[in-house]
Design a protein around this ligand. Structure first.
Ligand SMILES: [Zn+2]
Length: 144
């Protein structure tokens, strides 16, 4: 838990890579550095095997949701596109379990935070994170 900035939002993203492709945390970092970020723009990255990689410290604003970085935490999972490159909920059961645990712990630290998908923010015209976050949370009886 951090105190230097107020967290009122948790935003879920996908890496927009094909489920058939591996996109490691090292590749994610290289990609974000190439885009001019000083490190990975998300705070957490969850790979297909369900491993949670802490990326940017929670004390620092991320670079993942335009206009919403100051007061949010960004989480990204590896995948989001099916084998044909179409948007799909490609999360493995290990990823879903890891995401649930991570959200649980973040909601303990930041009880006022709302959890949304990137596409649920106003003005976002892409599919990210390629699944309905609110629907998934209610299906797993996740209450905050
Ligand atoms: Zn996104």
């Amino acid at each position: 838990m951090i105190k230097n900035r107020k967290i009122n939002l948790i935003v879920i993203h996908c890496s927009a890579t094909r489920v058939t492709q591996d996109f490691t945390v090292g590749e994610l970092e290289a990609c974000h550095l190439a885009r001019g970020f000083r490190d990975i723009g998300y705070h957490y990255y969850i790979t297909k095997d369900g491993v949670i990689y802490p990326c940017r410290p929670e004390s620092e604003p991320g670079a993942h949701a335009r206009h919403y970085n100051a007061h949010s935490i960004g989480i990204c999972y590896e995948g989001g596109l099916d084998a044909n490159g179409r948007p799909a909920d490609t999360r493995t059961s290990a990823q879903k379990a890891a995401m649930r645990e991570l959200l649980k712990s973040l909601c303990t630290d930041y009880p006022e935070a709302e959890i949304l998908g990137h596409r649920d923010l106003p003005g976002v015209h892409k599919e990210c994170p390629c699944f309905n976050v609110k629907k998934w949370l209610s299906s797993i009886h996740f209450h905050i």
